[in-house]
Design a protein around this ligand. Structure first.
Ligand SMILES: [Zn+2]
Ligand SMILES: [Zn+2]
Length: 354
């Protein structure tokens, strides 16, 4: 087998891995770079794209899926394979999609000569890791991965064998533990709340928003919570439970935001790119409120401009691995070679035969 890194190693964004098996040519993810509008797409030729049998998605986030419309425009006519939840979350139309749970019920199955195993990755609803094997060779992808979760279920990656493994290392050499990051988020949020009374938390459409709400509802007292319609829909799904969730309840009520002056407001738009989210941000700030970014700022976004003006505080809620956790994952599995992805701090050879 051969891996060609089309994006996502030595950079943050456009995660895309081209795998040439003996009989199957496929991609894992097809992300788009948010920070470089002049060069946002994976490094793939039209010939490589036209020959693809399939694209497997680890989850719906744009840094893993945002270049799919471009892929179709450039001649992709293979199958798009992802969990039902991930396919549902994509904000654009797709062709020839297949539901992973149908191809691989119970976590294993085949696509042509390719054997597939997958598990839940803990990163958001629908997010998975993959192991692919063909003719005695194997490659593993963690996808965006975390075992430290409040509400999302994770199937820990243990005792897996692969000739090559591409593993989440998004937080690079930053070594803060999950517990320490949560403690810091709680303490700083308490301080900001006593200063501002009102705080805006822009969060992804699918992902850490419900995680943060669960953490806050367990550890902060006397706080009112508000959110937009998508957040409330996701919360209702979490409350109903099921395969993608840990069996936990969030014991607080959350209401639509209508200009209240005290509490925490979640908006499902991390970079505040949409008009509705920007309006909510302006309203909160005009009432003396503050704003908190719990993920990564994208260059040129409204969130980044608020940060530059000193109106937004950065407080990470971890949903990826750092290098220490990446190394731990190597220890707990049998991977002959590993590649840390999703970080500017680590690079790798672009083409790897194994
Ligand atoms: Zn992600
Ligand atoms: Zn990602």
């Amino acid at each position: 087998m051969e891996l060609i890194i089309a994006g996502g190693v030595g950079e943050h964004g456009r995660n895309c891995f081209y795998v040439r098996g003996e009989t199957t040519l496929f991609l894992v993810d097809c992300g788009k770079m948010a920070d470089t509008p002049e060069d946002p797409y994976p490094r793939l030729t039209r010939e490589q794209i036209g020959g693809l049998d399939a694209v497997f998605l680890t989850h719906s986030h744009a840094d893993h899926t945002g270049s799919l419309p471009w892929l179709y425009e450039n001649g992709f006519h293979g199958k798009l394979i992802a969990t039902a939840e991930t396919l549902d979350q994509l904000p654009f139309p797709v062709e020839e999609s297949r539901v992973l749970e149908d191809i691989c019920p119970g976590g294993t199955g085949n696509f042509g000569d390719l054997s597939i195993a997958w598990g839940r990755a803990g990163h958001c609803v629908g997010s998975v890791w993959y192991r692919f094997a063909e003719n005695g060779k194997s490659i593993f992808f963690s996808g965006d991965y975390t075992e430290d979760t409040q509400v999302y279920a994770c199937d820990p990656i243990r005792n897996q064998h692969a000739d090559l493994a591409v593993l989440d290392c998004a937080y690079g050499r930053e070594e803060m533990s999950y517990e320490a990051a949560c403690d810091r988020l709680i303490q700083e949020t308490e301080t900001l709340l006593s200063d501002h009374k009102l705080l805006l938390f822009p969060v992804p459409k699918y992902g850490r928003g419900q995680e943060i709400l669960k953490l806050f509802s367990d550890r902060l007292s006397g706080v009112s919570y508000y959110a937009d319609a998508l957040f409330l829909r996701n919360l209702a799904k979490q409350d109903a439970g099921g395969f993608w969730y840990r069996p936990v309840k969030i014991s607080t009520s959350v209401c639509p935001y209508n200009g209240q002056t005290q509490g925490i407001v979640f908006v499902s738009d991390p970079q505040l790119r949409g008009e509705a989210a920007r309006n909510a941000a302006r309203q909160v700030l005009s009432l003396g409120g503050g704003a908190v970014m719990t993920g990564t700022l994208e260059k040129g976004s409204y969130s980044e401009s608020l940060f530059r003006q000193g109106k937004m505080t950065l407080l990470r809620y971890p949903v990826h691995l750092n290098h220490g956790q990446f190394a731990q994952l190597k220890e707990e599995n049998d991977f002959r070679q590993t590649i840390p992805y999703h970080s500017r701090e680590f690079s790798a050879k672009r083409e790897i035969l194994f």
